[in-house]
Write a protein that binds this ligand. Structure first.
Ligand SMILES: Nc1ncnc2c1ncn2[C@@H]1O[C@H](COP(=O)(O)OP(=O)(O)OP(=O)(O)O)[C@@H](O)[C@H]1O
Length: 560
């Protein structure tokens, strides 16, 4: 088999003389890197039909036996990514956007820098081809895990994972001490990174990689990374002040994009009505929620995108037109059932307006007086044993800042209704460790989510079987570390502290937060439950959200 990357390439260190002219693309560099064992199925459209190279398509089939055929959206995406188009990708949560993006990027030809002093081609050096910006580390590691499986599915002489993909996220100073040298020595085909980590690495070493010379830049969960304010025709003083603040203190993703696309913005400003040369890198924006204000930012305010952008949404592809700016595209999954529990000292009731076929009026579904032994009689006795091991002296000595009524409601529903895996989302400023401690004290098999750890998330990335387990698990995370995360066997999402998730002066942001939290279930046509647990004060907030999204809360009778 052809060697994936000749070692001689790595001897050249000639970054300072690299220019756009001496970058060239060689498709052979990635052509031979995946060799898989299984032939693709002939009965349904295959990934090869969608445009993946044969060896890569076979590796995908081997790595993901349950994924037999690309969706129409993925086929359209793969083709347009290959053609170097700028793309806006928007579809429901869990519809395969991120997975499709990873395949499309693996399929791209590898960027290679050619040493201009070398006449015989021996100065070729693989360079970073694509930068995938993500909002948090767990999504980065999820993507890396997918790539790792595909690379491993290469039958003979698989390339090293680090030559194909690397992750750059802020973890102490490791992104500087370990991540930066690795990128310099072995630039990956795909770098998956948070914007802040890229900024810090480039500050440390501006020649670590060259942003403007990338082939593709992807912003997954773009609306989370680029903060925008709702468009307002008659902005009041406060709104103007906030707009000003955003401009004065742009987040790291905004700063990076300004740096990469300044030339393109100038070009688009001059040539608004004409088709013109395409300024690299290709730009791809992806999310389930892309609001008007975000489109306005990319098309009008910054002019990073022009009229040649391809919009891919639910298998629909069309050229971008002005009318698109006038609409908000929202996507909330129909396979999700929404529940709201109101927990107090005395009991836990369904939201008064929640409906079922049989019952129309709220009645206590769980009375603490009658059931105050539920934790000790929980079927999870073996968990209680392990609680002692994890009991922290620190927590046992201090009162919990978390509302115990709400946690008890979660514990009760978890014990009776969750077959295998559930997620509990707490506000960004909440303590995951404390929530885990309190829940374990209640007999719940809770762990803080961490996709690098097998038990805390990694093993659930590909586990699609949601069958009843002897020991169901509750993963706890904050709302800022859950966007895009995919656990196929997840059946329940519990949302705690919803009041804190309400962005007071940005209502659309509140709605989008709810949509993305819900979107951890109901993925790829699977059903799922979202259970928001509030106290009396939180009722009006969640009612308003459900009403705006045209969602009817359903009574949860699990405890009745
Ligand atoms: N063609 C396919 N056939 C079957 N399953 C698929 C296919 N493509 C993706 N999936 C599965 O669908 C799930 C969701 O994929 P992914 O995370 O890419 O969705 P997403 O649209 O990016 O979601 P979000 O908007 O929440 O980020 C994953 O478990 C993935 O393995």
């Amino acid at each position: 088999m052809k060697s994936f990357l000749p070692t001689s390439i790595f001897r050249k260190r000639n970054w300072t003389r690299l220019t756009l002219q001496n970058i060239r693309l060689i498709s052979q560099a990635t052509e031979g890197y995946i060799q898989a064992r299984l032939p693709p199925s002939k009965s349904v459209p295959s990934f090869e039909d969608a445009g993946l190279r044969p060896l890569l398509a076979q590796a995908v089939n081997t790595a993901f036996p349950n994924i037999v055929s690309p969706t129409e959206l993925q086929s359209t995406l793969i083709r347009n990514v290959s053609e170097g188009k700028d793309i806006i990708l928007q579809d429901e949560t869990g519809s395969g956007k991120s997975f499709g993006l990873i395949l499309a990027l693996l399929n791209k030809p590898r960027m290679v820098f050619t040493d201009d002093m070398s006449t015989d081609g021996t100065g070729d050096r693989p360079a970073l081809t694509s930068l995938v910006l993500v909002p948090h580390r767990d999504l980065a590691f999820q993507m890396l895990h997918w790539i790792d499986l595909i690379v491993q599915a290469s039958a003979d002489n698989p390339p090293s994972l680090t030559s194909i993909a690397q992750v750059l996220v802020r973890e102490g100073r490791r992104h500087i001490t370990e991540g930066l040298p690795l990128i310099r020595n072995e630039p990956p085909h795909i770098l998956i990174a948070t914007p802040a980590s890229v900024m810090e690495v480039l500050k440390q070493d501006p020649s670590a990689f060259h942003l403007k010379e990338l082939s593709t830049v992807v912003l997954d969960e773009v609306d989370y990374m680029i903060e925008t304010l709702p468009l307002n025709n008659k902005p009041n003083k406060e709104h103007l002040q906030r707009m000003n603040n955003l401009r004065k203190h742009p987040g790291p993703a905004r700063v990076l994009l300004d740096d990469i696309y300044e030339n393109r913005a100038k070009f688009n400003a001059k040539n608004r009505e004409v088709d013109g040369p395409h300024h690299s890198p290709q730009l791809i924006l992806s999310s389930a929620t892309i609001r008007r204000q975000l489109k306005h930012y990319f098309f009008s305010e910054k002019q990073f995108l022009g009229k040649e952008v391809v919009k891919i949404r639910r298998s629909v592809m069309r050229l971008h037109g002005q009318d698109e700016l006038a609409t908000d595209d929202l996507a909330i999954h129909s396979m999700i059932s929404h529940h709201v529990l109101v927990a107090s000292e005395a009991d836990i009731v369904n939201l008064p307006s929640a409906v079922t076929a049989e019952e129309k009026h709220p009645a206590p579904i769980y009375s603490k007086e009658a059931n105050n032994e539920f934790a000790s009689s929980s079927p999870l006795d073996q968990i209680a044993d392990s609680t002692a091991a994890s009991r922290s002296v620190e927590f046992s000595m201090t009162p919990s800042p978390l509302n115990q009524n709400l946690l008890e409601a979660v514990a009760a529903v978890f014990a009776l209704d969750v077959p295998s895996l559930a997620l509990l989302v707490i506000p960004s400023n909440g303590s995951v460790r404390r929530a885990v401690y309190d829940l374990r004290e209640m007999g719940v098999n809770a762990l803080g989510m961490d996709l690098l750890d097998k038990d805390r998330g990694r093993s659930y990335l590909l586990q699609s079987d949601g069958e009843q387990k002897a020991n169901p698990r509750l993963l706890v995370c904050t709302s800022s570390s859950i966007r895009g995360v995919d656990f196929p066997s997840l059946s329940h999402v519990f949302i705690l502290g919803f009041e804190a998730l309400i962005a007071k002066d940005n209502w659309t942001l509140t709605l989008d937060t709810y949509i993305h939290l819900c979107g951890r279930v109901g993925r790829f046509k699977k059903p799922g439950k979202v259970i928001t647990v509030v106290n009396e004060k939180g009722v009006s907030g969640i009612e308003k959200v459900l009403h705006t999204l045209d969602v009817i809360a359903v009574r949860l009778d699990a405890l009745g």
